[in-house]
Write a protein that binds this ligand. Structure first.
Ligand code: TRP
Ligand code: ZN
Length: 886
């Protein structure tokens, strides 16, 4: 190995990797219009990759050093315009290949490298999964396949030849169109397939799959008449579980045409399901690769929630074809350009296909429990970070979901029509480019403003949302002049400090609001743009009355903020009973639940409020109450644990778990007759096929959990029976209802789930997760034993997350005061990090809330963190641990 002298060197010393900075961005000094790859699979542990990079220096006057990345590659040979390079003409180390003085005219660089996919446990680059070879290149995996700049602003046309044993690897796939397929002339046991992708793309969208896969084929005809062949590739035996994913793909294609006017642009679209995968799915051009749990599903083997999720992820990856692939990111600081936008698009897709208000509530609940938590802890970062060490650590809920919220706020501020004009301009203006989030905002406001009307907000100030981390908090004080019928609201915003960002500026916050007046119902919905630290909005002309009207705030969750309005309980109950905005209604209920659960967790139940809530619930549950079972189930669902923890002075997850169990018991016993009759009312709809019947199933599961907690033996046995039944939704609801209760039905249900699904790895991971999250005296030993279970696959992140994530979902065990849960987790993270840095560093974030715990737990986490810190960690995990210890 020859050490490099380059100033761009990324060599780490003493485990410290220098951060990459947005401000350091420079265009790559070469373009690479064409790349030819020849991938020859000799054995799964020996693949030879020959790459011809056709390079064009940007500066034809002076030689610029050429720096290519390369990791875990064995360089066999290197040629420049066909002539072997002398070893004195290049520098090679663990991370890069440098040619200090390459030609100043266009030239071709050829490298031949040997890879060992079988030894590659990182699930990045080219690796083996269940006998097939597959790739994952985002964000920086292409450098594990061949020497290349591996940055998203270098766009090339790829031609790929794959050669392999025909019997072992009958299916050979890459991006674009299949150009030819044939047996080798001199060896009929081997074959070759050539693929060509006409669209220039960044290296992170490259993909290749070689394996013995079964194909499910279908067609889609685009609006302009292009016939697209759709293929799903799965392992033998999995064919029966592909119909849902295929149908979802067709719905996605139709939706993007009808809503955005965007059509698919090639004749083929391939999707491959892979068991070993770090995340959900990947949008490689015309060759999407999916975690098999997001493909293989039917109503018997997947829950309603999973079916909806699969539909949305299939949509998400498909929508990336325009938002991500046709227009990609200039650099990884722009990640939200494609991810925030594509999440926004998939959210709208699900809303259009199902229920817009319920989808909004789902997304708001998710944001509050994941993104708000991230925003208030040591790994908080802006939607557009300005530095990072490992980009893999930035595939976060802030980049994805908060990024989507920023786009949604633009739509709220501009109105849907003007917003869509901006979107059209974006897709037209930047097609074929690697763009920035500034380009995006410019296109939106240019397109929207083309009508000559004022935008209605300050764009420069709006951009702060991309740079400022932390969740803004808004306090609202109202003043009512009952004689004049005048309501004034004074809103005040502030954003708490986050690591590296002490002082914050006021943001542009769209506030959708309305008033409900006694006997007059809901008034019209208004938009108030809060853009100062403090502002007052006055509404005149309301009917004079002694009682102030009820204010409905942040309707449709119009901004990703928290707020406090000091609303009276009467107002919350009024909104909960009947606000005409589903989100605001649900949110009023969430505030009430919080005011019940938090005092219980502190050992001081609010019995008066509890009985008022029981009355309100009684009205909702009555026959003339809330008719829609999905709405009802949504209103009855408690706030998530992360949200509740954030409201405690000292976060105490076991106390919260205890409080919710007690509350379910109370509700189940006090409301038993109404709950039972609601159960009977929906019973005949339970076997309808998704999406029909999902509200009924959701409500059934919720009622089971309340009744089972209250000791209702009928509900317990129905819940246990469901595990044997035809609906996975009900099976899982039954298991969830029984899980907190130490009873025979629970053990019997877990056993029958185990026996029924042990041959289906994707489903069996659920059993691992259930086992790990079941509260039992010997739970930690049982979790440890799961890691030795014959069906546990340490190489499959799904299994790892099922067990270790399950443990985190078991508060009394994970948060045991003696620190045993934390210590166990730290040791497991170290072990996972040895083979898979991406999965390990994501797991390490389970400790991110530690400074909010009581002192005993803080001390225990501190010990676990120092165990982690003293291990030999990957850059990824080191970055997370360092932030958490800071
Ligand atoms: N871009 C993918 C998405 O659609 C996610 C992704 C990023 C990913 N890096 C990955 C998937 C690594 C698998 C492995 O959101
Ligand atoms: Zn994505």
């Amino acid at each position: 190995m020859v050490p490099t002298a380059s100033s761009e060197s990324a060599i780490s010393w003493a485990g410290v990797t220098p951060p990459k900075r947005l401000s350091d961005y420079r265009p790559f000094p070469f373009s690479i219009p064409r790349i030819e790859l020849n991938v020859v699979v000799h054995q799964p542990d020996s693949v030879l990759v020959t790459a011809d990079l056709h390079l064009e220096p940007s500066d034809s006057k002076a030689a610029t050093p050429l720096i290519l990345r390369g990791v875990d590659l064995e360089l066999i040979s290197i040629l420049l315009d066909g002539h072997p390079l002398e070893s004195s003409s290049y520098l090679l180390n663990d991370e890069q290949l440098e040619i200090p003085s390459p030609p100043t005219q266009p030239f071709t660089l050829t490298t031949v490298s040997r890879l060992d996919p079988q030894a590659n446990t990182s699930l990045e680059g080219l690796y083996e999964s269940g006998g097939m070879l597959t790739t994952q290149c985002e964000a920086e995996g292409f450098r594990r396949i061949t020497f290349h700049p591996d940055r998203p602003d270098v766009l090339s046309r790829y031609r790929v030849r794959i050669e392999a044993d025909r019997a072992r690897f009958p299916v050979l796939l890459s991006n674009g169109n299949e150009i030819s397929a044939s047996a080798l002339a001199d060896d009929a046991s081997r074959h070759e397939v050539v693929w060509e992708d006409p669209f220039p793309k960044p290296s992170y969208l490259f993909a290749l799959v070689a394996g013995d896969l079964r194909e499910i084929k279908d067609h889609y005809s685009t609006a302009s008449g292009r016939d697209v062949t759709l293929r799903l590739h799965v392992e033998a035996g999995d064919e029966p579980f592909t119909a849902h994913a295929m149908a979802s793909l067709k719905r996605s294609m139709a939706w993007d045409e009808s809503v955005y006017g965007l059509e698919y642009d090639l004749d083929e679209f391939n999707t491959v399901a892979v068991r070993h995968f770090n995340m959900g799915a990947m949008e490689n051009k015309s060759l999407n690769i999916f975690n098999s749990k997001l493909v293989l599903a039917d109503a018997e083997s997947a829950t309603d929630g999973e079916l909806e999720r699969i539909e949305s992820v299939v949509g998400h990856e498909y929508f990336h074809n325009w938002s991500g692939n046709r227009i990609t990111c200039r650099d990884w600081f722009q990640l939200s350009l494609k991810e925030g936008l594509t999440v926004f698009r998939d959210q709208c897709f699900t809303a259009d296909l199902h229920s817009e208000p319920l989808k909004r509530i789902e997304d708001a609940a998710m944001l509050r429990n994941t993104q708000f938590r991230e925003d208030s802890g040591p790994t908080a970062h802006p939607v557009k970070p300005d530095s990072y060490q490992a980009i893999d650590n930035f595939y976060t809920t802030t980049i994805y979901e908060k990024g989507a919220e920023l786009i949604r706020m633009l739509r709220t501020l501009l109105g849907p029509e003007r917003f869509m004009r901006g979107m059209s301009l974006y897709f037209k203006r930047h097609d074929g480019e690697a763009a920035t989030t500034e380009d995006f905002v410019n296109a939106i406001v240019d397109g929207a403003g083309a009508d000559g009307q004022p935008l209605g907000f300050d764009v420069e100030q709006f951009r702060l949302w991309y740079h400022q981390a932390g969740t803004p908090h808004v306090t609202v004080k109202s003043h009512w002049d009952g004689e004049a019928g005048r309501l004034s609201l004074t809103l005040q915003q502030s954003t708490p400090p986050t690591p590296g960002q002490e002082r914050k500026q006021p943001l542009v916050i769209p506030v959708l609001w309305s008033v409900l007046q006694a006997n007059e119902g809901a008034g019209e919905e208004r938009l108030f743009v809060l853009d100062q630290e403090t502002q007052t909005v006055v509404l005149e002309g309301l009917s004079p009355a002694a009682q102030p009207p009820v204010v409905s705030l942040f309707r449709r969750f119009s901004a990703p903020v928290t707020w406090a309005s000091g609303q009276a309980l009467d107002d919350l109950f009024a909104l909960f009973a009947g606000d005409n905005d589903a989100f605001a209604r649900w949110d009023a209920g969430q505030q009430l639940w919080k005011r019940l659960i938090l005092p219980r967790a502190a050992g001081t139940p609010e019995s008066e409020l509890e009985s008022r809530m029981l009355d309100a619930l009684g009205q909702l549950l009555a026959v003339d109450g809330e008719k829609d079972p999905a709405v009802l189930a949504t209103l009855l669902a408690f706030p998530g644990p992360a949200e509740l923890e954030s409201l405690q002075k000292e976060a105490d997850p076991p106390a919260l778990e205890r409080a919710t169990c007690e509350l379910r018991e109370l509700l189940g016993s006090q409301l038993a007759p109404l709950l039972t009759s609601r159960l009977d009312g929906v019973a005949s709809s339970l076997d309808q096929v998704w999406p029909a019947g999902q509200g009924e199933r959701q409500l059934t599961g919720l009622i089971w959990s309340w009744l089972a907690a209250a000791g209702d033996s009928g509900a317990r046995s129905d819940a246990a029976q469901a595990v044997e039944g035809p609906s996975m939704t009900l099976a899982r609801a039954g298991l969830r209802a029984l899980q907190p209760i130490d009873c025979d039905e629970r053990d019997q249900a877990l056993r029958s789930f185990h026996d029924r699904w042990q041959e289906r790895p994707v489903i069996f991971d659920t059993w691992f997760s259930l086992e790990a999250s079941t509260p039992r005296a010997d739970a930690l030993e049982r979790v440890a034993a799961l890691l030795d279970h014959p069906r546990y696959d340490p190489m499959a992140p799904n299994s790892v997350r099922a067990v270790l994530g399950g443990l985190v979902g078991n508060p009394r065990v994970f948060h045991a005061l003696d620190g045993s849960g934390y210590q166990f987790m730290a040791e497991q993270i170290i072990a996972v990090d040895q083979r898979n840095a991406i999965t390990a560093s994501r797991l390490a974030k389970v400790f991110s809330r530690w400074r909010t715990y009581g002192s005993e737990r803080q001390a225990a986490v501190k010990r676990a963190l120092s165990t982690l810190a003293s291990a030999d960690l990957s850059t990824n995990t080191r970055e997370v641990v360092t932030l958490m210890e800071a």
